[in-house]
Design a protein around this ligand. Structure first.
Ligand code: CMC
Length: 428
């Protein structure tokens, strides 16, 4: 017999079905509650509310587990490629060699963007933040591919939108950077793999040879895998909710990019480096900054620490920390902020405030240090996150569409004025 929960309101008992997931996660289903009563559930920030049933990513924050479609993040980061992971997330299974080849070829075929997009890019001042440029260029795809506006078109048409955005995102990301530094843009080189092509578009200068260092391209590929999906986080929920109105894939992804931008979400990776730099400039006294983070009167938070769902180590942070050591070693880079980061981590892990609240380093604590070693400028860190998260957003959007989920529309408890008479303003 399936499990149920009971809820008593004003002496009346309501029976609610319990939904169980494939990893034995449980939820009681309140979706019919409002039909039977006038009571709703209230949960600001959705701290304990499931918005969907999803078969894409499993994470157990208590145990520090993260899996994409059943594969552990540790194994994927070690053995697979970002493009393979993108296929896995979007289509549900790892590709066979033919499927992988076809997917790669399709992506390479669509890397070029319409020349008129350059005119849009040229309209941005050079101090435009690359995240704003990226989200605008992604939205602009709706103008160049108007057939993408209707997500109810054939699955072939939807798939074409998916291929196009995966193919063009590195071009947009690199061009957003070129706009910032005022250099001419580079066109895609389809002989190269996904990351080497992106690095070439970012860093190649006119009349100079550029070959991406394989150490850098591989490290970037691994970072993108680690960021590829993370179930119903702020930006992914944004993508799903925008898409639930039947807005196009490009409009939904663009909204996700904007949601990712904030410092409590994807923007944390650049905020971490800024914080470490400030600590260094201030003399490197990590104890002083720990005290600030704990002081409730001080708005400062230790960036890169804490997570809504991980109440144990973020498994991605463990992989990144190890990768940071390896990459810095291979590239022969000595970054003084790495020592500050390790010092802060050591202190936080031994500090009652952080231990009690289960605040551990998250994925962004060490990712900025690697990005910096790879030569990626700080403003571009969150763009890198967006590049990595793209397949997750696509997979979640596609799942939401295929499940025919209803439009997302939370309720509220109104706490404003009761009805009152209108008094005209005396205009004398
Ligand atoms: N530094 C100091 N105190 C903290 C921190 C921090 N980084 N994070 C949480 N706390 C405290 C917070 O003040 C609160 O204390 P109290 O119970 O005394 O009021 C308690 O821990 C719980 O915090 P919360 O804000 O209620 O937790 P949340 O689940 O709403 O927020 C978070 C999660 C990630 C927004 C938060 O931990 C934070 O602001 N971290 C810093 C920003 C950051 O690194 N973000 C990247 C997240 S990982 C990348 C991604 O997936 O987006």
């Amino acid at each position: 017999m399936s499990k149920t929960a009971e809820l008593k309101i004003d002496g009346k008992t309501y029976t609610l079905p319990i939904i169980e997931g494939s990893e034995n996660e449980q939820a009681f289903d309140v979706s019919k509650l409002r039909g039977d009563t006038s009571v709703i559930t209230l949960d600001p920030g959705f701290k304990n509310t499931g918005s969907t049933k999803s078969a894409i990513t499993f994470l157990d924050g208590e145990k520090g587990i993260l899996r994409y479609r059943g594969y552990s993040i540790e194994e994927l980061a070690e053995k697979s490629s970002f493009i393979e992971v993108a296929y896995l997330l979007i289509y549900g299974n790892l590709p066979n060699p033919e499927e992988l080849q076809a997917f790669q070829n399709d992506i390479k075929y669509h890397t070029l963007v319409h020349e008129d997009i350059k005119k849009i890019l040229e309209g941005f001042p050079s101090n435009a933040h690359p995240m704003g440029v990226l989200s605008s260029l992604v939205t602009s795809l709706t103008a160049f591919y108007p057939e993408s506006l209707d997500p109810n078109r054939s699955s072939e048409a939807v798939n074409m939108s998916i291929i196009r955005i995966i193919a063009k995102m590195p071009t947009f990301a690199a061009w957003a950077y070129k706009n910032e530094v005022g250099h001419p843009v580079n066109y895609p080189d389809n002989k190269l793999d996904y990351c080497s092509n992106f690095l070439k578009m970012m860093f190649a200068l006119p009349a100079a040879d550029y070959d991406a260092d394989p150490v850098i391209a591989n490290a970037l590929d691994k970072l993108l895998i680690l960021h590829a999906d993370h179930e119903q986080n702020c930006s992914t929920s944004t993508v799903r909710i925008v898409g639930s109105s039947q807005a196009s894939l490009y409009a939904s992804i663009s909204a996700g990019i904007n949601a990712l931008w904030g410092p409590l979400h994807g923007g944390a990776n650049s905020a971490v480096i800024e914080m470490l730099e400030n600590i260094k400039k201030d003399g490197g006294d990590t104890k002083k900054w720990m005290a600030k983070a704990k002081d409730k009167e001080d708005p400062f938070r230790l960036m890169g620490f804490g997570h809504r769902v991980y109440k144990n180590f973020d498994p991605r942070a463990k992989i990144i920390k190890k990768a940071a050591d390896e990459v810095l070693d291979k590239l022969g880079v000595k970054d003084p902020v790495l020592d500050i980061a390790k010092g802060l981590e050591y202190e936080a892990l031994n500090d009652e405030y952080f231990v009690e609240r289960k605040l551990y380093p998250n994925v962004d604590f060490y990712s900025g240090i690697i990005y910096r070693a790879l030569g990626i400028p700080v403003d571009m860190f969150t763009v890198m996150f967006a590049l990595g998260r793209l397949p997750g957003w696509i997979a979640q959007w596609k799942e939401m569409r295929e499940n025919r989920e209803p439009i997302g529309r939370p309720r509220q408890i109104y706490v404003g004025e009761n009805v009152r008479p209108y008094t005209p303003v005396d205009k004398r």
